[in-house]
Design a binder for this molecule. Structure first.
Ligand SMILES: Nc1ncnc2c1ncn2[C@@H]1O[C@H](COP(=O)(O)OP(=O)(O)OP(=O)(O)O)[C@@H](O)[C@H]1O
Ligand SMILES: Cc1ncc(CO)c(N)n1
Length: 475
């Protein structure tokens, strides 16, 4: 098992709508964990409905593109798609013989999903001749008929028979794809003609979707990528098919084009949180410096070693009572805005705890007359109120630092022999920590469901609160 990121080169034609060809290959390689590179064989004016025209750059230029990659980059795998005409095939064939990439997958592209031809008839013979350079060839049913010189298979047994013929004749492994045959189950098979004529079928449920544009491109690129990592063709095909099935399921959601739309290459990744596994964890890391600066504030260092002046502590608690009253109102508003019953219950309980448990200690320190709200207290509460005004997501992000920074401080201070031990143990209490964890989970759920724009402004609301927490201690 190779643990390095596979460097995978796609040699193929283009699809400006991004669902097939090189554009699909790059997405597929990335979605399956590889680093994608691309050499263009043909510029294709096409969309989800059909092909309008094809522009083939000069063969010398194709060779220059290929050499640009191989002269500089160690290539782990190559996926070959649309080759268009005999000159293109000869150029790619020469380059393959010269560079000998360790993994080569040829998707013998002949016809687009729309039914338009992508390979000239004269090129069919030339294409057969380069098959021995591949570790795997991935024809669909019509392509298999062309390669084997037979009529198009209508039954699975014929698909297998034709695959065995192609495998035997050109000494190549064949992934026969049954996507074009009818049935609730889509059957593919890895076929190798040798003494035992191995035929290993792979089945999956047929997804009822029109979004099948570029499935062949995407599958072959995925297999090339996985093969670098696993070294086993069957495993690579199996993994790639699982990924493709998931991507097919979400293709129509993209609403791309009026014909056969593309698959959603990153649907699974997005659904599982994309690059951000936890928004709150990422935000917490981003405020690391601010947190360290807060720790160094004389108020907190004094609290930590017990040397803090009693009058300063009382003044802090007096402001904190004002703050907690305002904070509780904000939490009640979140309770009203929450759509999930568990979240509504959490914010309701949180508002109550704020007005009772948390302020109980404060009240023992309060002296009359109570001081007015300080400018920092006013500013912090204004910020929280304007965050909930913007929406639930912003509100939950804004109230989080108050929980989290206090839980963090409470866990790190030692109450033993400290005159402020009551305060420390209140924030070291597991019940308070569980509340902080619940507030984080709610924030992560809201951030996961939010658009990138909303998530970005959630972060800003969180960051501003963290800054205000620091100013609050420093006041
Ligand atoms: N509706 C579907 N549901 C599930 N899997 C499918 C569906 N259609 C195709 N597949 C799978 O997608 C892969 C590509 O199959 P297909 O035979 O359609 O290739 P293709 O014709 O070369 O693709 P294209 O020309 O659209 O790029 C195969 O693994 C096939 O089993
Ligand atoms: C460039 C290109 N390659 C392959 C296909 C097959 O889907 C396509 N439509 N376009």
């Amino acid at each position: 098992m190779n643990t390095k990121t596979p460097r995978v080169l796609s040699i193929a034609g283009t699809d400006p709508t991004g669902g097939a060809g090189i554009q699909a290959d790059l997405k597929s390689i990335a979605a399956n964990g590889g680093y994608g590179m691309a050499v263009v064989t043909a510029l294709v004016a096409q969309n989800t409905r059909g092909v309008r025209s094809v522009h083939t750059p000069p063969a010398e230029f194709l060779r220059e593109q290929l050499d640009s990659v191989s002269d500089d980059v160690a290539i782990d795998a190559v996926k070959i798609g649309m080759l268009g005409d005999p000159e293109v095939i000869a150029t790619v064939g020469d380059w393959l013989r010269a560079t000998r990439p360790p993994i080569v997958v040829i998707d013998p592209v002949m016809v687009a999903t729309s039914g338009d031809r992508l390979l000239s008839c004269e090129a069919e013979e030339a294409l057969r001749e380069i098959l021995p350079l591949a570790g795997l060839v991935t024809p669909n049913v019509p392509e298999l008929a062309v390669l084997s010189g037979r009529s198009e298979a209508t039954m699975w047994d014929d698909v297998v028979a034709q695959s065995l013929e192609v495998s035997r004749r050109w000494g190549v492994r064949v992934l026969a794809k049954g996507g074009h045959l009818p049935g609730d189950v889509v059957c593919d098979a890895l076929v190798e003609a040798d003494a035992f004529d191995s035929v290993r079928p792979l089945e999956s449920p047929r997804i009822a979707t029109r979004a099948t544009h570029g499935t062949g491109c995407s599958l072959s690129s995925a297999v090339a990528t996985w093969q670098t990592a696993t070294g086993d063709w069957f495993t690579s095909i199996d993994r790639s098919r699982q990924w493709l099935t998931e991507s097919l399921r979400h293709g129509e959601e993209l609403e791309v084009g009026q014909g056969h739309g593309p698959v959603s290459h990153f649907a699974g990744l997005w659904q599982r949180g994309g690059l951000i596994t936890s928004a709150s964890a990422e935000w917490w890391a981003r405020i690391a410096e601010l947190r360290e600066a807060t720790d160094r504030d004389p108020f907190l260092t004094g609290l930590a070693d017990g040397s803090l002046d009693k009058a300063r502590f009382a003044a802090y608690l007096a402001q904190d009572v004002h703050y907690l009253e305002g904070y509780a109102s904000v939490l009640s508003r979140l309770a009203q805005m929450a759509r999930e019953p568990v979240e509504r219950a959490f914010w309701t309980t949180a508002a109550l705890a704020c007005l009772t448990t948390e302020t109980a200690l404060h009240r023992t320190w309060l002296t009359e007359p109570r001081p007015a709200k300080s400018p920092v207290t006013e500013r912090y509460l204004d910020h929280l109120r304007s965050a909930v005004d913007q929406g639930y997501e912003h509100g939950v992000a804004a109230v989080l630092p108050c929980y989290w920074m206090y839980a963090d401080i409470g866990a790190r201070l030692d109450p033993a022999g400290n005159p402020y031990a009551d305060w420390i143990t209140m924030y070291a209490d597991p019940v308070f920590h569980e509340s902080a964890a619940a507030a984080r989970r709610i924030t992560d759920r809201a951030a996961g469901a939010a658009t990138p724009v909303v998530r970005e402004s959630m972060w800003r609301a969180f960051e501003r609160s963290a800054q205000l927490e620091r100013e609050f201690f420093a006041q």
